[in-house]
Each structure stands twice: as C-alpha cells, then as structure tokens.
Design a protein around this ligand. Structure first.
Ligand SMILES: [Zn+2]
Length: 361
C-alpha cells in the first residue's frame, strides 16, 4: 500500500475526534429509562479464528462443547470503534506519550464516553473501579459443528517499524491522533492465505469457514442518550455507503462490516452483525408508577428498523473526516479490486523508500 506500489498495505490509520469530553458516569439505579437488552447475531464473511484453548492453539475456542466468541473479544472490537467515533481516550496510553488530549482516563468521576460505557480502573494505590454500563455475553454458535478448515497462516513481524506508515495522514505527524484499522479483503473469502516473506512464521489455525452464525446479547444500564446512540451505531453501522478511495480513484459501495479475531492483516475475521431485538427495561413499578412504563418495551422487525434509524441518525449524517475515513475502511464491497500485502524486505531496505507513506484513501 505504499505510494507507487500496486498493492495496498492491509491497514490504515484513522483520525480520532479532535475533542474528548469527560464527566462523571451516570449510574443512578433509579434512572432506568435507557436500560435494556439488545439481541444480536454475528455471522462471519471471511474465515474466522478465535483462539484461547489452553492445550490446543490450532483449535477455535470451545467452551462446554460449543464454538464460542468470548464477550471480551466482542467488547474489545466495539470499544475501539466507540473510541474512534465517540471521542474516547487512548486506553493503552497512560502517560499521553504522543498527545496529552488522549491520555487514558484516570479518575472514575471524570471519564470519556468509552470509559463511561465500557468501564475503567484507576491506576496506583487505592485505585477505584467503574465497572461500565455495557455487559456483553459470549456469542454461541447456532450450528452443532461449524465447518472449519486448517489454514497455514503466515504472519509477518517487522524487525523495524516503518515510521511514516504510522503518521496521522491528515497531519503528517506521529501525534497520537489516529488509530490503526484493517481493510476488509473480500477476495480472501475462501482462498488459502498467501504468505508474506518478511521474517515470517507459520502457524496452523483451524478457522471457521464463512456463513457461521453466533448469537449474543448486550445488557445496558443507565445509558445517557448519546451513549445509547453510540452503542446502537457501533453495532448496526450503515447498510449503504458509497465511497471513493482517493488513490487510484477506486469506487466502493456496500454495507459497513466489522472485523474480529485473529490474522486481520490476512483477511480473516470480516463479520456482519444483525440486531434482532431491542428491549427497554421498565422502571420499577413501585417507584415510578406515575411514569406509566411498567412493562418492558420490545422493538422487533419494522419497529426495530425505525428505532435504529432514529438512534443512529447523528452518526449516519456525520461527514467529519473521522467518519468519512471510517466508512472507507469498513465498507464491504465484494467487487473491491485491490490486492493487499505488506512490502517485502527489499522495499524496507531500500533507502529511497525511507520517507514513503501509505496511499491516501
Ligand atoms: Zn477514557
């Protein structure tokens, strides 16, 4: 993906929002209006591998005899999306290494939106914990025995990091204002994964073939309006985006899809999430009878579609650089003509490439 090459590096850096607002998380038990449960299905569009078995690193994660995606994996994926879209701190950067604006939150009563939603723990002595307001279950397969295939996965690791690849494209600097994100690779739907030849190591992974469905639920508690909107958007995303990749003038069209699990640079882990039902929990009748809502309210089918449209409107109509770049990264277009690869060793060893950045998207 460097400039002047025909192939595309599998990743890009996406600029985060310019400002982050912090405040005390709303956790009042009496505030029930935005508490409830979302029922979801996730289906893989390219091979999917989630590891974690103690004695068998080739095997997809199995718990109680079933293939599962742990809630923690889903949480990690959703949290990083919320961080980019909603304006969150950089959880791994406790010192504000590159940019103090994005220093990880360290006070439970002054939290960015992602820490309010997904939780955080203070550092140091007497550290307090905010456990978050979103709880994600493990995702369980519908099928008894999902179809799997043993892939030779050859991942590469650079000895040295090519610094210009990590600069924020919009500022041309290493300023901590962007996050790494991987493109979808629809051509890799069923094909064996191609090797790269940089300090490669080969790993065998028994990945689940495309078309496997898993089900999971998300419980949310006392979310403020913006937090609920953000939660629904990072799950539902957008069904129709139309973008043009600047370099090469490549038009892409399709829905936005997620990416999860192992070997994302090699095209694994593209997934679609469907929301099947949203249920708002009723206020406890004895305390809130005057408000009228004493039964759970359930949204399904057409009513659910309308609700999602309303809740996600703010983000769908957002044309900020962050959102435009994100759409270009997350669009799933079966006709995407690009070939993805990392530059080979000789490219990095060639001094004339030392300042070369990635192609613009
Ligand atoms: Zn934070």
């Amino acid at each position: 993906m460097p400039k002047d090459e025909t192939f595309w590096n599998p990743y890009r850096l996406i600029p985060v929002q310019d400002t982050i607002s912090k405040k005390r998380p709303l956790t009042d038990e009496k505030f029930r209006a935005n508490s409830g449960r979302i029922y979801c299905t996730i289906e893989n569009l390219t091979p999917l591998f989630i590891g974690g078995n103690r004695n068998n690193s080739q095997q997809f994660l199995i718990s109680n005899g079933k293939h599962i995606i742990p809630g923690s994996s889903l949480k990690g994926m959703l949290r990083s999306l919320a961080e980019i879209i909603g304006g969150g701190c950089s959880v791994t950067d406790s010192n504000g290494q590159f940019n103090r604006t994005y220093t990880a939150c360290n006070k439970v009563d002054s939290l960015c939106v992602t820490c309010r939603m997904f939780g955080m723990m203070e550092r140091g002595r007497g550290a307090r914990v905010h456990k978050g307001k979103i709880f994600i279950s493990d995702a369980l397969t519908r099928e008894e025995k999902p179809e799997t295939k043993l892939f030779d996965v050859q991942l590469f690791s650079h000895g040295t990091r090519h610094e210009p690849f990590y600069r924020t494209p919009q500022t041309g600097r290493l300023d901590g204002k962007s996050r790494k994100f991987y493109f979808h690779q629809p051509k890799r739907k069923n094909s064996a994964l191609e090797p790269t030849n940089i300090q490669k190591f080969v790993d065998k992974k028994n990945a689940i073939l495309p078309g496997c469905q898993f089900e999971f639920e998300i419980d949310f508690v006392s979310l403020e309006k913006f937090e609920l909107e953000l939660l629904v958007y990072i799950l539902a995303l957008e069904e129709n985006v139309d973008v043009i990749i600047e370099d090469g003038k490549i038009p892409l069209k399709g829905p936005m899809r997620h990416k999860l699990g192992y070997a994302k640079p090699l095209g694994l882990g593209s997934c679609r999430i469907d929301l099947n039902k949203i249920e708002y929990f009723a206020a406890p009748a004895e305390r809130f009878s005057s408000l009228g809502q004493t039964e759970n309210i359930v949204y399904e089918r057409d009513a659910l579609k309308t609700l999602i449209k309303t809740l996600t409107h703010r983000f769908v109509s957002d044309t900020s650089t962050t959102m435009q770049q994100l759409r270009k990264m997350m669009v799933w277009d079966e006709n995407d003509p690009r070939d993805f690869a990392y530059p080979k060793n000789h490219w990095f060893n060639n001094a004339s490439n030392s300042e070369k950045a990635l192609k613009h998207i």
